[in-house]
Design a protein around this ligand. Structure first.
Ligand SMILES: [Zn+2]
Length: 380
């Protein structure tokens, strides 16, 4: 399961963002006024804003919420880890601490050792992710903002924070990445249902690895890696937040990287490994594969959001990403490079998505689909 929190887009014509100076906006929301400082990413003709604060969060501000607005002489500058950590401790005052790694600021109320374990996992994924793309001709950018992970001690406190963004679904989801806050949020998985083994919270990294290496934990850990991969894709220039990325692309990448690797101390050896869960589901669906399966996967994002069709949609996204990465790598990389240029709120129509896909991979979609299915039937 994976969740991207997508807010409703503002309506009306958009103009390009003004860059440079720090903007101050007073936002009236939930009965109170809040002053925010940052930069305007997109401004609607009606005064609505897509606004980014210095911690990297993106606010969707409706025109009627703007009470006051002004510009400063100070240039916009992203906050460093100290300022981000300070802000987190104001937001989470009681019992929360900060663990910093090279690229992450982890705010937690779990044991120190669990937070350190998460930091180690994320840094290894970060290195693995960057070197994977670099080896395929894509040099990613260093994140502009520190990457924030929130780690709650138990499922209940996690759910009460997450329900603001996920609603009722928060109870059944182990973790998520939010396009708005730019944070990944999760809880101590060693306490997750069905995985608990004696001690809670993990008293050593070895114990945590032992609990989370059980076969029963594979999907749980995969979710956390999956969400952290979304965060990386959106913070290293591979993808642009709120840019109308087709879901098969975003989810395909996250699923491609999600296979856990808890053993390796240095790298992330499982990148691109066959994802057994998704392969099995993809193969099962082949007997009833409709003729328009490929164009539907490319253009219909609703299949990823409907719980009845989501498992097949994710399996399809994984399979297509796996195939393109293996067989059409150069084309896939240039396709991603083109997608990375999309600006926030630039939604592509179904026809535009198909045209963009065909520009990269050729016009004969039927043939590509035949080759793709044949290849995936043979994958061991
Ligand atoms: Zn996802």
């Amino acid at each position: 399961m994976a969740v991207l929190v997508v807010a409703a887009c503002l309506s009306g014509g958009w103009s390009a963002a003004r860059v440079g100076a720090l903007e101050h906006v007073t936002v009236r929301r939930d009965g109170g006024d809040q002053a925010v400082a940052g930069r305007v990413l997109v401004e609607a003709q009606d005064g609505g804003l897509l606004f980014q604060t210095r911690d990297g969060a993106i606010w969707i501000i409706q025109p009627e919420e703007v009470v006051d607005r002004g510009t400063d002489e100070t240039p916009f500058e992203a906050w460093g880890p100290d300022a981000v950590a300070q802000q987190l401790l104001v937001e989470f005052p009681s019992g929360f601490k900060i663990h910093r790694t090279a690229n992450y600021v982890i705010c937690y109320n779990t044991s120190d050792v669990y937070a350190e374990w998460c930091g180690g996992l994320y840094e290894r994924l970060y290195r693995g992710f960057c070197s994977y793309w670099r080896n395929r001709g894509l040099t990613l950018e260093k994140p502009e903002f520190p990457l924030v992970a929130l780690v709650f001690n138990d499922k209940e406190s996690y759910a009460s924070y997450a329900c603001r963004e996920l609603g009722e679904a928060s109870g059944s989801i182990f973790g998520y990445y939010s396009l708005e806050t730019n944070r990944v949020t999760m809880y101590d998985l060693t306490g997750a249902d069905g995985l608990r083994r004696g001690r809670r919270g993990g008293s050593s990294a070895a114990h945590i690895n032992q609990v989370l290496s059980q076969p029963a934990a594979e999907r749980t850990v995969a979710t956390i890696v999956h969400e952290a991969t979304h965060q990386l894709a959106y913070n290293t220039g591979l993808q642009t937040r709120f840019a109308g990325n087709p879901m098969w692309v975003s989810e395909g990448i996250a699923v491609y990287f999600e296979t856990p690797d808890l053993d390796s101390a240095r790298g992330w050896r499982n990148i691109g490994a066959v994802n057994r869960v998704h392969l099995q589901r993809f193969r099962k669906a082949l007997s009833q594969r409709p003729a328009d399966a490929l164009p539907t996967l490319l253009t219909d994002d609703s299949r990823f959001r409907d719980p009845h069709t989501a498992p097949d949609a994710y399996a399809g996204a994984w399979a297509l990403t796996y195939y393109l990465m293996r067989v059409r790598r150069e084309q896939y990389v240039s396709y991603l490079q083109e997608m990375a240029q999309l600006r926030p709120l630039a939604e592509l129509t179904a026809a535009e998505r198909l045209a963009q896909f065909c520009r990269a991979f050729g016009d004969d979609l039927e043939r590509l689909d035949r080759d793709f299915v044949r290849y995936m039937r043979e994958v061991k």
